[in-house]
Design a protein around this ligand. Structure first.
Ligand code: FE2
Length: 201
């Protein structure tokens, strides 16, 4: 897994690859201004420290790009990078000037960050889709994948049922996100066998 400085460098390399897409540069500038490089990835779970979010976003993007040629070559590289790189941008800001996480100055050991109660009450993936849409004209499958990248962990996951759509881009991003969160980023307390498996990656 990358460290913070390497992740920032990787972020700008990915950004460059999609820089011809209208609005991407403005989106990036906005998110950096609102804490993209400082935000954690969670309150007390994966990468719950300063810079955790950008490490997570770069990790998911790298994984999604590895999955693309195998699972879903029909998706363009631009779409996969755009969706992966910003799927959790709601963890920096709600898009209305509020930070998502606040530093917990009282119980650092147990929970480094707290959920900011002042922020927009809206599902995370949906919030990311809302923020990105302010700058980039998203296609249908892109907005679907961003809003539902948490798959069955999204409260409104039943929205994905009941019709014939299989949403391959949504599943690809969900798998990359899940693998990054549960395998790549949480490799401290795993069994020896699994540790060896990760070291071989
Ligand atoms: Fe994520």
């Amino acid at each position: 897994m990358l460290n913070l400085e390497d992740s920032k460098n990787e972020y700008f390399k990915f950004l460059e690859k999609i820089s011809s897409r209208t609005g991407v540069k403005a989106l990036s500038d906005y998110l950096i201004k609102h804490g993209l490089f400082e935000a954690p990835a969670s309150t007390k779970f994966h990468l719950c420290s300063e810079g955790g979010l950008i490490i997570h976003l770069v990790s998911v993007t790298a994984l999604a790009l590895k999955l693309r040629p195998v699972l879903y070559p029909e998706a363009t590289e631009e779409t996969v990078i755009l969706v992966s790189l910003f799927h959790d941008c709601f963890k920096a800001t709600d898009g209305f000037g509020n930070k998502t996480y606040l530093k917990n100055t009282e119980a650092k050991e147990r929970q480094p960050y707290l959920w900011n109660a002042e922020q927009l009450n809206y599902a995370g993936g949906h919030k990311s889709a809302l923020i990105i849409s302010k700058f980039v004209d998203l296609k249908q499958d892109e907005i679907q994948a961003i809003a539902y990248h948490d798959g069955p962990y999204t409260e409104s996951w039943k929205d994905l049922m009941g019709n014939n759509n299989v949403y391959p881009l949504t599943h690809l991003i969900h798998m990359a996100d899940l693998w990054s969160c549960w395998v790549v980023e949480r490799n401290k307390n795993i069994k020896k066998f699994d540790k060896k498996f990760l070291e071989d990656k």
